[in-house]
Design a protein around this ligand. Structure first.
Ligand code: HEM
Length: 168
């Protein structure tokens, strides 16, 4: 793992999430209005949103989760099978390369109501985080190789994207 890998993992993904979140909000002006309203109520208009505000901005957090569900920057996570296993009727041989399709899990109609709709409210209705414990939502992966930049990345994306739409 080189410094370059960490730099790319830390910058490219954040830019992709901000780009997708912004395009979703431009296409859903009612959601954009609601997000700005929440920021105005919590932060006000006299200062810029900062990291300490994030915990008081549940709708902004829901928007980022919904963006990660529909547009995970890393849609396929590679793994290698360590032993022979049968999963859901499929036989998987030892040593074979496996790709976990994070994007398909995020839009699986067995787990998500109206899966293709951008609806952040779904995350206000149920408690679900993005830290690898809910297998239908794995934008940072899961287990021993899950993203070590999860907390830092989430802080950065909420603070930068929140400040960006605050100034819209
Ligand atoms: C917020 C945006 C980010 C997303 C969506 C993201 C997503 C991911 C995913 C899906 C993996 C693979 C996890 C697995 O195999 O289970 C990963 C690995 C990794 N990420 Fe992130 N990441 C983000 C931000 C960051 C940041 C900010 C850093 C560092 C400052 C970082 C550093 C890494 C590294 C070093 C790995 C490889 C870990 C390993 O193979 O053991 N990521 N990331």
């Amino acid at each position: 793992m080189s410094f370059q890998n960490i730099f790319v993992a830390g910058t490219d993904n954040l830019a992709l999430i901000a780009e997708w979140a912004l395009s979703e909000l431009i296409n859903h002006p009612n959601i954009m209005r609601k997000a700005i309203e929440e920021i105005d109520n919590v932060v006000g208009k006299n200062r810029l949103l900062q990291e300490s505000d994030i915990q008081n901005l549940p709708y902004l957090q829901a928007i980022i989760k919904e963006t990660l569900r529909l547009h995970p920057p890393i849609p396929m996570i590679p793994r290698k099978a360590t032993e022979d296993r049968t999963v859901a009727g499929y036989h998987i041989q030892a040593n074979i390369d496996i790709f976990i399709n994070v994007w398909a899990l995020g839009i699986d109609p067995d787990y998500w109501e109206n899966p293709l709709a951008f609806r952040p409210e779904r995350f206000l209705e149920k408690q679900m985080d993005v830290r690898g414990q809910h297998y239908e939502l794995l934008p940072f992966g899961s287990g021993r190789r899950m993203c070590p930049g999860t907390s830092f990345g989430l802080q950065m994306i909420h603070a930068t994207f929140g400040a960006m739409i605050q100034c819209f």
